[in-house]
Design a protein around this ligand. Structure first.
Ligand code: ADE
Length: 230
């Protein structure tokens, strides 16, 4: 990779990038600041997208236009797979927008009508690097799976059950599938790394407040390890 793009949605999710990247230039477009520099001798460009799919889509296209030829997403998510505990890590195998719903027209939930595909596959090599990082740094505390994205903070056990059992999700968040779709449309490899801040249940808002910093930092450790070995 000539330049790795790294995106987090919230301040906590990019805090350790601010602390570790040797930033040499920055540019602001559409209200998002992109920081360029080196992380372990690898050229990187990172930014805070803001929350939700529109912010993430705009951010990703600009990141690619600024020359990123691979994209890593780092951040927190609500656990949907019952095997996952707070702090555990999901490496995306693919991403789907769970709130894309044209079922009255006969499309399965998550299907983007008339688009090439609706499930966006992460890059095999980036998945491999991420899994190896998880095994080194958080043994037994990660899984590879489908990341579900929507413009909703999930905080109910019924929704968790639907997202896991009907849609096969491992975790729920609000940006990954949007980043993934933009990367797919530009034929750029990506992977999403998410550490669990909560279990997307009735306690999610409390757990999110308590564990977002720890989970964000767990996710950063994986990004850092990927960049070291890329
Ligand atoms: N990000 C972290 N926790 C989440 C949740 N429960 N729903 C959506 N996005 C999240």
């Amino acid at each position: 990779f000539n330049k790795i793009g790294i995106i987090g949605a919230m301040a906590e999710e990019i805090q350790l990038l601010h602390e570790h990247v040797n930033v040499t230039s920055q540019v602001t477009k559409a209200g998002i600041t992109y920081y360029e520099g080196k992380l372990h001798d690898q050229a990187v460009i990172y930014c805070k997208s803001g929350v939700g799919k529109v912010n993430a889509a705009v951010c990703t296209q600009i990141l690619l236009d600024l020359g990123a030829d691979g994209v890593l997403f780092t951040g927190v998510a609500g656990a949907v797979d019952p095997q996952l505990n707070i702090g555990d890590i999901v490496v995306s195998t693919s991403c789907v927008q769970h709130d894309m719903d044209c079922s009255p027209l006969g499309f399965a939930r998550g299907t983007i009508p008339f688009h090439a595909r609706s499930e966006f596959e992460a890059d095999d090599r980036l998945i491999g690097l991420a899994s190896a990082a998880c095994d080194r740094l958080f043994p037994g505390r990660s899984l590879k799976g489908k990341v579900l994205s929507g413009d909703q903070f999930i905080a109910s056990r019924e929704t968790v059950k639907l997202l896991h059992e009907s849609m096969g999700g491992a975790c729920a968040e609000m940006e990954g599938a949007s980043v993934a779709q933009v990367c797919d449309m530009n034929e750029i490899p990506f992977v999403v790394i998410r550490s669990m801040s909560d279990k997307a249940d009735g306690s999610a808002h409390v757990n999110f407040a308590e564990f977002t910093v720890t989970a964000s930092n767990n996710s950063y450790q994986i990004i850092d390890d990927i960049v070291r070995h890329i």
